[in-house]
Ligand binder design. Structure first.
Ligand SMILES: C[S@@+](CC[C@H](N)C(=O)[O-])C[C@H]1O[C@@H](n2cnc3c(N)ncnc32)[C@H](O)[C@@H]1O
Length: 432
């Protein structure tokens, strides 16, 4: 059996979920990172011989390309890749091919899950309107500091690699020149949130689990490039706003959201607008109805939903982060028909009891809704469920459960709001 210092030659076939490509070595499946479709590469095995002896598949990383794929291009971000940062696993693949690959992956997941009420072939990954380069879209970026070096973490690793400008980030993020900052050693994480509408960006400084606020801030000189940004320190003993405010101001259409600097917000600069339009046309809320908005974050979808339901309708929004719920409540202040509750969705809904909703929108994290929450929804929702997902593998698991309970999938939209990465956002419609 080859060890980790030996390279093996692999010929890759199609894509697998998670950004890799499938090859075979002596009959065994190998998931190859850094490859492109149908190419022959020299690759380094990523697991130890002991791990491989027990594994049903192996994992490998491309070291050099022997026969390149037609889809391979010069990487848009050479600092990402084999010995570099994670978060851009398709940077070396032409953008139209990335979308074809993502389409193939999502369709394949639907087929493998044996989804029967929606044709997998009808799913096509669409770009954000006008996005021809897949660059300059990230409004949120996380940096890390290790031994005085500010950079970004490697793929599934804690190692910090140096970075310059991030081609996936917006100009406003890059203008903060985070890798050039000089920060106290106790700062291990630097999170940037730069609203697409151009309002004041925010930088959150975090330490390790035991770090205190004083360690993050003692001796800190805020860099000149951060002059117009808010700067916040977050540690186990609290939060301190060192400059500006602890939130950023996001704008979507006519709505303004004040989102905590460390809170969740859709990352692609066009995603809030695009997803709001997609969700509203998928859910088709009717004035006077009762709707739930689950995993509502800072209320991105809750506000247009509350407006569509009108004063005779009712919106219940639920969110686990207390900071995000506070933002959602502020955004919903003018809508007496809306209520935002803080708590785990399943537990909160179980405690609520009461009247069944006509429609439900849910937008869970990657783990998906899960069996128990899906069961509750499939039993209680009267008409329609719209499921926004950033992980197609957990999505198909939950959709299959819905089909088994007699629901039909009537639409699936897949959006490429994470270009140059393997991620896809989907909006699926379920009807009773
Ligand atoms: C993908 S985000 C969607 C947020 C919002 N819909 C948006 O688009 O801005 C998922 C949200 O679920 C929240 N969350 C995660 N697990 C949760 C749970 N078990 N119960 C309630 N909320 C949860 C997270 O805090 C996060 O805000």
């Amino acid at each position: 059996m080859p060890d980790q210092t030996q390279n093996i030659t692999l010929t890759c076939g199609g894509p697998a979920n998670g950004g890799t490509f499938v090859a075979r070595h002596e009959g065994r499946v190998v998931f190859v990172r850094g490859a492109a479709p149908e190419e022959t590469v020299s690759a380094r095995l990523l697991d130890t011989p002991a791990q491989r002896a027990k594994a049903s598949f192996w994992r490998a990383q491309v070291v050099s390309v022997l026969e390149p794929s037609q889809d391979r291009v010069a990487s848009i971000w050479p600092e990402a890749g084999e010995k570099g940062v994670g978060g851009a696993d398709y940077a070396h693949i032409a953008l139209p091919a990335q979308r074809r690959i993502k389409t193939e992956v999502v369709q394949d997941l639907f087929r493998r899950a044996k989804i029967s009420t929606y044709l997998a072939e009808d799913i096509q990954v669409e770009p954000a309107p006008g996005d021809h380069s897949g660059l300059g879209w990230r409004t949120r970026v996380q940096f890390a500091q290790q031994d005085g070096l500010i950079g970004m973490r490697g793929w599934r690793s804690h190692e910090v690699f140096p970075v310059g400008e991030n081609p996936l980030a917006t100009a406003q993020v890059n203008a903060l020149r985070v890798p050039e900052a000089r920060l106290p050693q106790a700062v291990t994480g630097i999170e940037v949130a730069a609203p697409a509408c151009g309002s004041r960006p925010a930088i959150v400084l975090r330490g390790g689990e035991s770090a205190r606020l004083s360690e993050l801030t003692n001796g800190l000189k805020i860099p000149a490039a951060w002059e117009d940004a808010s700067v916040i320190a977050l540690a186990r003993d609290g939060q301190r706003t060192l400059q500006g405010e602890d939130h950023v101001s996001e704008r979507v259409g006519n709505n303004t959201f004040s989102v905590h600097a460390a809170g969740f917000w859709q990352v692609h600069r066009q995603a809030p607008e695009l997803l709001t339009a997609s969700v509203m046309s998928a859910l088709q809320p009717v004035a006077g109805e009762h709707v739930w908005d689950l995993f509502c974050g800072s209320g991105l979808f809750s506000v247009p939903l509350a407006r569509a339901l009108g004063e005779s309708g009712r919106l219940l929004a639920v969110e686990g982060s207390t900071r995000a719920v506070a933002s959602a409540r502020r955004a919903l202040a003018d809508y007496p028909q809306a209520r935002a509750l803080a708590g785990d969705c399943l537990r909160t809904l179980r405690q609520q009891g009461g009247e069944a909703p006509d429609r439900v929108l849910l937008d869970p994290p990657r783990a998906g809704a899960g069996k128990e929450l899906m069961r509750l929804l499939l039993e209680r929702v009267k008409r329609r469920i719209v499921y926004v997902s950033c992980d197609a593998a957990t999505l198909v698991r939950d959709l299959k459960q819905a089909e088994n309970a007699g629901w039909h999938i009537t639409d699936v939209r897949a959006l490429d709001v994470f270009p140059h990465t393997h991620h896809v956002e989907t909006v699926s419609v379920l009807e009773r």
